[in-house]
Design a protein around this ligand. Structure first.
Ligand SMILES: *Cc1c(COP(=O)(O)O)cnc(C)c1O
Length: 472
């Protein structure tokens, strides 16, 4: 038998290409990068992680693991930051929070208090916003295949704007609006040929994807004609969404340019004044050190400048702007706290080892690593450590070898079962995409603020798992 693997063998654990470089000290490894961790995340005198003034270990003692801990101050300041930046650039600008990133009735109420509107894309998200008491006028309804039932419910609730995505849908919204005697405002979703992701974007003339009406093929003009043919519809403006986790303004700039030029074409050739240009969401956040998101103020100014310039060139009034950030508001606000169950050092041959740290959740509460190869930052949450660091892989408890939470990270070598690990920036697309895979109940979400906490989603129970099984 070999000696304890946390002993002399640290340096032999394989560091694959692209793995984060080894921190120079354990102190550095345990430091909380403020660009990644929630606003109020800190370490107490004993080295334990606190958020909102509360040790996460206290939350765990009360609610168990895994658990999402959401920093209310962080969420509210990001929501407010978007609204203020865009309204500073253009006083009538609207910020629609993309509900798909993470939506509960509490989140919807916080947003409404901060004067943000909400973008929903299914009947369920619509129901959540309505149950929270969000006025219909503060809602925008997305989705490429809204059912007739969803459309009717949206129209009945007085949803301010439908973003239409197909010819069938244009007719369905028109029929639903006509039946209630309303004139429904709609935006036409354009595909601009710009596809952006992180640092790259591509700009082509056509798009091979399910969303929207393409500019290049004449499809957009046909959609405009179809909307104008219905007296129960009002063509309010245009929409474009170019991707997600975008760090580079250039893609937004090209898309804004194309949409503004199309607005000029609508004015000239259809006599339609575009009142609203919605440039979508996709603003990136820092998941790991070195990720460098675009500043909100800079983004607001630049987008407004592009739209103003194109409108001036075309002699058009500048339309109102809208954006739809989801991840950039809620992503950094929450962390996931897991308990370590096992620590296994696997011999890869050739003198290389890999440490597998198993936690009590995984792909059922965070599918993004398996789905998108996403990167995360993780830290020891219940204590400090002065032991050396070791390259580790955080894996879940599901029956899939792809069930990885954090592919490569440096954690103290004395990590042991019972320790708590916190993964940063899990507010967006984690709880929202959670499943009950392997009959693992979905975690709760606990909001923290100024030393107190509240449950905004409770953990599922075993009874919740069987609620839909008539034989259970
Ligand atoms: C997903 C999506 C958003 C939000 O994207 P984020 O990356 O969370 O900002 C906004 N608008 C539309 C149409 C979307 O599909």
């Amino acid at each position: 038998m070999r000696a304890h693997p946390a002993g002399p063998r640290h340096g032999e654990i394989l560091a694959p290409p692209g793995a984060p470089s080894r921190p120079s000290s354990t102190t550095e490894a345990l430091a909380l990068d403020p660009t990644i961790w929630p606003l109020t995340a800190a370490r107490s005198a004993s080295g334990a992680l606190t958020v909102g003034g509360l040790p996460v270990a206290d939350i765990v003692a009360q609610y168990g693991t895994p658990v999402f801990v959401l920093d209310e101050a962080d969420f509210v300041s990001r929501a407010r930051g978007f609204r203020q930046a865009f309204q500073a650039a253009e006083p009538r600008a609207d910020v629609y929070y993309a509900g798909k990133a993470f939506l509960t009735t509490t989140i919807a109420r916080w947003l409404t208090a901060e004067q943000l509107a909400i973008d929903v894309c299914t009947g369920g998200e619509l129901a959540c916003a309505l149950r929270a008491g969000v006025p219909g006028d503060n809602l925008l309804f997305h989705g490429n295949n809204k059912s007739v039932g969803e459309i009717e419910r949206g129209v009945a609730a007085g949803v301010g704007i439908f973003v239409v995505d197909s010819f069938e849908e244009i007719d369905r919204v028109a029929t639903a609006a006509a039946a209630t005697g309303r004139v429904q405002r709609v935006l036409i979703r354009l595909t601009t040929g710009v596809e952006a992701h992180t640092h790259e974007f591509i700009a082509t003339a056509h798009e091979d994807q399910k969303f929207g009406f393409s500019l290049a093929s004449g499809m957009a003009d046909a959609a405009v004609e179809r909307v104008l043919s219905h007296p129960s519809l009002a063509l309010h403006g245009l929409h474009s969404h170019i991707g997600s986790q975008i760090f580079d303004l250039a893609g937004f700039e090209v898309a804004a340019h194309r949409v503004a030029e199309y607005a000029a074409h609508l004015q000239k050739d259809f006599g339609v004044a575009v009142e609203l240009l919605d440039l979508g969401g996709g603003m990136g956040i820092a998941y790991t050190t070195g990720d460098d998101p675009i500043g909100v103020d800079e983004m607001a100014e630049q987008l407004r400048a592009i739209v103003s310039r194109v409108c001036a060139e075309e002699g058009l009034p500048v339309p109102r702007l809208a954006i739809e950030p989801g991840r950039a508001i809620v992503g950094p606000s929450a962390i996931t706290v897991y308990e370590v169950g096992t620590v296994k050092d696997v011999d890869l041959g050739g003198g290389h080892w890999r440490r597998y740290v198993s936690v009590d959740g995984g792909m059922s509460d965070n599918i993004r690593t398996a789905l998108y190869d996403a990167d995360y930052t993780v830290t020891l949450a219940n204590r400090s450590s002065d032991s050396d660091t070791v390259l580790s892989r955080i894996v879940g408890k599901h029956c899939e070898s792809g069930d990885i939470v954090v592919r490569d990270c440096w954690l103290p070598a004395d990590l042991q079962p019972g320790d708590l690990l916190a993964v940063a920036a899990t507010g967006a697309y984690c709880r929202a995409m959670a499943s009950q895979y392997n009959y693992v109940p979905r975690p709760g979400v606990i909001a923290v603020k100024d030393g107190s906490h509240s449950v905004i989603l409770r953990r599922e129970t075993e009874d919740d798992l069987f609620a839909t099984d008539p034989g259970a």
